[in-house]
Design a protein. Structure first.
Length: 282
């Protein structure tokens, strides 16, 4: 695996591979890698000839400076995991390379900005749009791999690709979970054993709500059930929404449709977790 923090160097490598007719698969991450990230790498390995991963904790997508400071960073372990799991090129840029004091552009994704994550993390998706655009322009991948775990991010990135004519396919990879259902996340590293158990409530709430809805009961019954689960629990519920996966607008009457996805977010202590589940799938 080649590791570089230089735009010129990674572009020279990619130009060479593309001139040989090789297809580039790209997996952007913020590091502190777990099996969820590695499932993106193996999906890229299967589809592309050359797998490029990036690790960059992007400051412009953090609306909370404390969250940025506490974000887990395990670069040595990450490098070794990527080396063993089929990554060919690791792009590891510095803040200087990615921003160099430039931070003037912002993105507005309309309603997609304002719902769910957008409501609780102002500016977050502008930062995501900015960094993903920069990375796409540097790596020029044929395929870019993103996890369903960050469903709203995925919807926004699909919009970005469509509206800005990025010449690449976005590939969605299913959520990897811990044995009891907790969605894998770099932030789980900040939970102790007891908190990890408590964090299962997010998965359990999704399962309960899904079961209520598939029995034909109403959206408000599902909402009530989820609220009740969080009463007297250590975890704090921020939102639970039943939405359509393409516009993220709440489902009311016609919720029994294949695009229906249940989304949840909340806190265990000061660690913020998100999860989601399709009504008829994972
Ligand atoms: P992050 O490092 O958190 O920015 O995540 C990098 C990529 O990995 C994003 O596309 C995430 O959606 C994806 N990802 C994170 N956690 C998981 C998971 N548990 N299962 C599948 N993909 C994930």
């Amino acid at each position: 695996m080649v590791t570089t923090g230089s735009i010129a160097e990674i572009q020279a490598l990619i130009t060479q591979f593309k001139s040989e007719g090789k297809k580039i698969g790209f997996v952007p991450t913020m590091g502190a890698l777990h099996e969820g990230h590695l499932s993106l790498v193996s999906a890229a390995r299967e589809k592309a000839d050359i797998v490029v991963c990036s690790i960059y904790v992007n400051p412009t997508q953090f609306n909370n400076q404390d969250d940025l400071k506490k974000y887990p960073r395990n670069i040595d372990t990450d490098k070794s995991l990527l080396g063993k799991n089929g990554c060919d090129i690791l792009f590891l840029p510095s803040d200087e390379v990615m921003y160099a004091g430039r931070n003037t552009i912002s993105f507005d994704f309309g309603d997609l900005n304002k719902l769910m994550e957008g409501r609780y993390r102002p500016g977050h998706f502008s930062g995501v749009g900015l960094i993903v655009s920069k990375l796409f322009n540097i790596v020029l991948p044929n395929y870019a791999f993103f996890g369903q775990k960050d469903l709203q991010q995925l919807t926004i990135i699909k919009k970005l690709v469509e509206e800005l004519f990025f010449n690449l396919d976005v590939i969605t990879v299913p959520i990897k979970r811990e044995p009891h259902g907790l969605a894998m996340s770099s932030r789980n590293e900040r939970l102790n054993q007891k908190e990890r158990e408590e964090a299962n409530i997010f998965y359990n709430a999704l399962i309960e709500a899904k079961s209520i809805l598939t029995k034909g009961e109403s959206v408000s019954e599902a909402n009530e059930k989820v609220k009740a689960l969080f009463e007297d629990h250590k975890a704090q519920l921020e939102y639970f929404e039943i939405v359509s996966d393409h516009d993220l607008l709440p489902k009311t009457k016609n919720y029994l449709e294949p695009d229906t996805v249940l989304c949840i977010a909340g806190f265990i202590g000061d660690v913020r977790l998100i999860d989601n589940m399709y009504l008829y799938g994972n």
